[in-house]
Design a protein around this ligand. Structure first.
Ligand code: IDP
Ligand code: MG
Length: 141
């Protein structure tokens, strides 16, 4: 296992329900360190670019409408095996299939409005971190 970085987001349903702090606690208690963080609202075009790998899928338009519907919090998380660890803490995409004690089981409203994002591979993590943050904005600790 190596120290990795991953890109996470608290999606609009998490920000609008004022559970930012609770979601961050899941990551911090799960052994991941927040090394960068910002709140912003994506435009539809930016959401389409971020989720470009899903272009052509039936949920792409709904997803990018939703992700540009309100503010999100973008995070870089760092730790041993951070990519897999973050996804384990989040739980399955569909909250109905997510394990007990995960963020999505606890908070997600639906398969679409599922509270958090986490990168799925080292390649995605590198692309997604660079989408939101410059190296200067990341604070290793
Ligand atoms: P992930 O976020 O668990 O990696 P992906 O398959 O990469 O899941 O899908 C990206 C996002 O697209 C999901 O988190 C969810 O918000 C949305 N999504 C995925 N599948 C569906 C679906 O079948 N209906 C509605 N939204 C979906
Ligand atoms: Mg994904």
């Amino acid at each position: 296992m190596a120290v990795e970085r991953t890109l996470s987001m608290i999606k609009p349903d998490g920000v609008s329900r004022d559970i930012i702090g609770e979601v961050l606690s899941f990551f911090e208690k799960g052994g991941l360190k927040i090394v960068a963080m910002k709140m912003l609202r994506l435009t539809k075009q930016q959401a389409e670019e971020f989720y470009i790998v899903h272009k052509g899928k039936p949920f792409y338009d709904e997803l990018t409408d939703y992700m540009s519907s309100g503010p999100i919090v973008a995070l870089v998380l760092e730790g041993e095996d951070a990519i897999a660890k973050c996804r384990k803490i989040m739980g399955a995409t569909d909250p109905a299939e997510a394990d007990e004690g995960t963020i999505r089981k606890t908070f997600a409203l639906s398969k679409g409005e599922n509270t958090v994002h986490g990168s799925d591979s080292p390649e995605s993590a590198a692309r997604e971190i660079a989408f939101f943050f410059s190296e200067l904005e990341i604070c290793p600790r």
